[in-house]
Design a protein around this ligand. Structure first.
Ligand code: GTP
Length: 361
């Protein structure tokens, strides 16, 4: 047995995807990674080729090492698609190169200019947490070289050092603000899209998924991940003589009865099972990896549970309800609606044979 809310939450988590938004975000990160790698490869090799005769040997080796490391990261990305680890690899390589550049001073002591773009790249590629971590590391390492003990590193002017650190900190600050609020608005849009999708696929009265959910979301998921579902059993359930409930007790009590039955059914099913309101007083239950025999047993359990649990009315009266069930098997995605039709025919044969029973064809 399980509780309603957890069943519903679990169901929506496993079925609703906001594909468009996630793929746009992924594209942004892949593009940043590839742009960063491409620029690094072109700039490093260009600098090496143009200046290797004039550069101090440590600078040339540093550039060559960074060039190879970036190249290896790109190759690993294309063979594994591990974007995050490869982005960290590139960001660390460029950080190491920046620190070594500051040590050597670069050509005519211009190393500090090259480092200004680093915060923008890491925040864009890796997001707020890694952005903060790596830029804090960069500031610490560079400040140590600029103001720490002299162990043979290049000399920078006093004003140059302080202007660089203030400018660099400002770039970090604005890169952080930009990435932080971009991330927040992305999350907000994702939540809004997710909630709208959930609302459009939920029956407002019972809180169960609706027919649109079965037609659009459930079937699409089944097409994508067939092995998770098939072979499957489908049960159609229809409340008996529901018109009489409405006629004798009024529409509000009829609504209450529908909510009551929805809850009873949900509480009897597994997490992987899906119960949806398919029409007025008709429900569909999809049981992945259930045989006909198991599905008939489950339908019987649901039937008995409805029979044993009348609706407690405010007047103190107990409103007894029963329901009829039809069961069929689904062996392929294309045969889904055929199986629904068969289960529907079985349901009406259950009605014809006296109601409050489970039937198969
Ligand atoms: N209260 C309420 N009633 C509904 C809702 N949707 C459908 N109904 C009613 O469900 C009843 C269905 O009646 P019928 O199709 O004649 O079937 P039945 O009376 O259940 O008889 P059998 O199915 O043959 O046992 C109709 O009176 C509809 O108005 C709803 O959302 N709320």
């Amino acid at each position: 047995m399980q509780q309603n809310n957890s069943h519903t939450t679990d169901l929506w988590r496993s079925f609703i995807e906001v594909d468009g938004l996630h793929s746009a975000e992924l594209k942004r990160r892949v593009f940043s990674f590839l742009a960063m790698s491409g620029i690094a490869l072109v700039v490093f090799s260009g600098l090496l080729l143009a200046n290797f005769q004039t550069y101090p040997w440590l600078l040339s080796i540093t550039l060559l090492g960074a060039l190879i490391a970036v190249f290896i990261n790109v190759v690993i990305y294309f063979s594994t698609r591990q974007l995050k680890y490869c982005s960290i690899g590139i960001a660390l390589t460029v950080l190491l190169l920046s620190v070594l550049l500051v040590y050597t001073g670069g050509k005519e002591n211009t190393a500090l200019y090259w480092i200004m773009f680093y915060p923008v790249v890491v925040f864009t590629m890796l997001g707020v947490r890694f952005g903060l971590l790596l830029t804090a590391l960069a500031i610490g390492a560079i400040a140590f070289q600029l103001y720490g003990p002299d162990f043979g590193q290049a000399n920078y002017g006093h004003v140059e050092k302080s202007r660089f650190l203030s400018g660099f900190s400002l770039v970090v600050f604005f890169a952080f603000i930009s990435e932080y609020f971009r991330d927040k608005s992305h999350q907000a849009i994702t939540n809004i899209t997710y909630n709208q999708k959930q609302k459009a696929n939920t029956d407002a009265l019972t809180g169960l998924p609706n027919r649109r959910f079965i037609d659009a979301i459930f079937l699409t998921k089944m097409e994508k991940t067939t092995a998770e579902f098939l072979p499957m059993a489908v049960i159609m359930c229809d409340i008996d003589r529901f018109k009489d409930v409405n006629d004798n007790y009024g529409h509000d009590i009829g609504d209450k009865a529908l909510m009551h039955i929805a809850k009873l059914m949900q509480n009897q099913l597994r997490y992987s099972d899906v119960v949806a309101r398919y029409g007025g007083e008709e429900f569909i239950i999809c049981l992945p990896h259930a045989s006909m025999r198991q599905a008939v047993q489950i339908a019987e359990k649901l039937r008995k549970n409805i029979e044993d649990h009348p609706v407690n009315l405010e007047s103190g009266e107990n409103l007894a309800l029963t329901a009829s069930f039809g069961v069929a098997e689904v062996h392929s995605v294309v045969a889904f609606y055929n199986a629904v039709k068969q289960a529907d025919e079985a349901l009406y044969s259950a009605k014809r044979s006296g109601r409050n029973r489970v039937a198969t064809l």
